[in-house]
Design a protein around this ligand. Structure first.
Ligand SMILES: Cc1ncc(CO)c(N)n1
Length: 224
């Protein structure tokens, strides 16, 4: 199956409006055009730290679901993802210090809480590996596509935010997303219609949660 005809590519076309809303959100556009209010970035940072901690558990939940026949490369991809999250967690902590945010004092907002609970659901055994791996791809891919806008050559991203944007738009992260997409397609193709439909629903829900997450991070002058 060529890449354009793959299941995930079909979904990206079918749900294009949501996909565009998730990856070209005003929050991201204001980073890319340099007009972002740093308070919004700080709010995003504190909430995303909460998110990433839940995301670690979700990613770990994929390991016991991985079929015995999975290739070595597939195992390496998931383990690489876990290692990358360790570095990401460290990065959040040092970035928070740079912005004088005390992470343990940042209370979780409803939107973040709901997204974390959604991840917790997906971590349960009743969600097949095909669905979980598709969700993993979607979550990472939205960040790649979003932050890639901020590192394009014509972007006016403030220097202070360059490192954050690089984190989700560098070549290695892009390759990781490509590998995840391939895995998602491989397992979706081997799944029955019911599982595929469930996976598509989850994909749509992830796009919606990502939009809400950006909405929450976008704030006025006095926010934190
Ligand atoms: C909300 C959100 N979505 C996706 C990612 C990707 O890592 C993240 N860190 N946070």
């Amino acid at each position: 199956m060529d890449e354009r005809g793959s299941i995930t590519s079909q979904w990206l076309r079918r749900h294009n409006a949501l996909y565009q809303a998730a990856t070209r959100h005003p929050f991201i556009l204001t980073i890319a055009d340099g007009s972002i209010n740093f308070q919004c970035f700080k709010r995003w940072l504190g909430q995303d730290y909460h998110f990433v901690k839940a995301f670690v558990r979700f990613l770990a939940s994929l390991l016991p679901k991985m079929p015995k026949e999975a290739t070595d490369e597939e195992m390496d991809t998931l383990l690489g993802g876990i290692v990358a999250l360790r570095d990401e967690i460290y990065w959040f902590r040092s970035e928070a210090m740079r912005w004088t945010i005390q992470l343990d004092l940042v209370s979780i907002k409803v939107t973040t809480q709901e997204y974390c609970e959604f991840l917790e659901q997906l971590s349960q055994g009743n969600f097949e590996y095909a669905i979980a791996v598709t969700a993993l791809w979607a979550i990472e891919f939205v960040y790649y596509e979003s932050f890639a806008l901020c590192t394009q050559s014509n972007a006016k991203t403030p220097t202070e935010l360059r490192e954050a944007c690089e984190r989700w738009s560098n070549m290695e992260f892009k390759n990781y997303c490509v590998l995840l997409k391939g895995l998602a397609d491989k397992y979706l193709e081997g799944s029955n219609l019911h599982v595929r439909q469930k996976a598509e629903e989850i994909f749509v829900q992830i796009l919606k949660q990502e939009i809400k997450f950006w909405d929450m991070s976008t704030c006025d002058e006095n926010c934190i």
